[in-house]
Design a binder for this molecule. Structure first.
Ligand code: 5GP
Length: 107
């Protein structure tokens, strides 16, 4: 069965899209840690970050960095934190979270 993120990428579940390229898709988190909290997801469905092949991993990180740099310009914050958790959704995703202070770094 397709993951919830594959359904989002395919447009079967609505999302607020931030960016997309051939391999990756970025959209706002439905339950944001802070305003602008974004998830970057490879279109290829793989459960864990450690299982991504080298090329997909490199592309995901480069894509996430680009999106993070754009968020840093668009959202007032001290910095954009990047984190890979993946306990809830078994489809690799990078969290990009605009941070004002460590007080809202709850992940
Ligand atoms: P993790 O798997 O890294 O623990 O967290 C998964 C993240 O995906 C959570 O921050 C959660 O709010 C987000 N999420 C789960 N389901 C949906 C959804 O249907 N749409 C969006 N936009 N985000 C989701």
């Amino acid at each position: 069965m397709a993951s919830i993120f594959t359904k989002i990428i395919n447009g079967d579940i609505p999302s607020y899209k931030i960016a997309e390229d051939d391999d990756n898709y970025a959209f706002l988190d439905i339950n944001p840690n802070s305003k602008g909290h974004t998830l970057c997801v490879p279109k290829k469905e793989v459960d864990k970050i450690m299982d991504l092949d080298e090329e997909s991993y490199t592309k995901l990180m480069a894509f996430s960095r680009k999106v993070g740099l754009a968020i840093e310009k668009a959202v007032p914050c001290k910095r954009v934190g990047m984190s890979v958790i993946g306990l809830e959704v078994p489809h690799v995703h990078v969290h990009l979270i605009p941070l004002q202070s460590m007080a809202n770094a709850t992940f």
